[in-house]
Design a binder for this molecule. Structure first.
Ligand code: GLP
Length: 233
């Protein structure tokens, strides 16, 4: 893992942008994208830049089960607002949260990824060490699956919803095995509430209890963290 410690998320976003730009210049055409507050500083730099993704494909990590693409808290809507409206891709895939058939949706999504292997994947880090929506205990070789969110994740994401009872309890997420197939991975984490997960991801044992710890075994991972998130290293 290449670990870059920066002053704050703004500086991290600039570095994240540079990695996207370099990947694009080096021929990456399939970008795996993430939601959450973490990648926003990178996306802001990208959308303000000259980078062109109109010949590229994007594939998002996850989506809440039960939310329509038009729901303001859906990850479809998030991506539209923070990335696609300003920088459209030739095709953008996000799991369909309204597909009630779990098997159909997860098989469909894995086929999309198999047909478009991911060159560059950006990730955020959950406070409990999750990546995508792969909660502690998820098998390292998992494919796209339906996830029951933990209380810790539901609580953490409640801030985006008007009412805590509105937070979905299930999501479709790429699996850890799916993520690990990406050729290059960038993971960012900012703030003191990520410090423990960051320490366990980088220095801890590789364990299913910390999903992000498997990234230690990937050949091309860059970690961008701020001083606060690096506090326990
Ligand atoms: C959600 C997303 C993850 C994200 C995590 C952290 O659970 N599914 O992809 O990494 O939240 O969110 P934030 O970046 O807002 O801290």
């Amino acid at each position: 893992m290449k670990v870059k410690i920066v002053a704050d998320s703004l500086a991290g976003g600039r570095l994240g942008y540079e990695l996207f730009a370099k990947a694009l210049a080096n021929g990456s055409r399939v970008f795996g994208l993430a939601t959450g507050s973490t990648p926003v500083s990178t996306y802001d730099q990208i959308t303000a830049s000259e980078l062109d993704f109109s010949h590229c494909i994007s594939i998002n990590l996850d989506e809440y089960v039960g939310l329509a693409p038009t729901h303001p808290q859906s990850y479809h809507a998030f991506m539209q607002a923070h990335f696609f409206k300003q920088k459209p891709f030739s095709n953008s895939f996000v799991p369909n949260g309204l597909n009630p058939d779990e098997n159909d949706e997860t098989t469909r999504y894995e086929e999309i990824i198999a047909n478009h292997p991911i060159d560059f994947q950006i990730l955020g880090l959950g406070r409990n060490g999750h990546i995508g929506f792969n909660e502690p205990g998820t098998e390292f070789d998992s494919a796209t699956h339906r996830v029951a969110l933990t209380q810790s994740t539901i609580d953490a994401n409640a801030r985006f919803f008007a009412d805590k009872d509105e937070v979905p309890h299930f999501a479709y997420s790429m699996g850890i095995g799916t993520i690990m197939k990406s050729k290059q991975i960038l993971i960012e984490a900012y703030g003191a509430n990520k410090a423990e997960a960051v320490q366990q991801m980088i220095e801890g044992p590789v364990t299913k209890q910390v999903p992000a710890s498997i990234l230690q075994q990937h050949a091309n991972v860059t970690v961008i963290i701020d001083q606060a998130a690096a506090a326990n290293l």
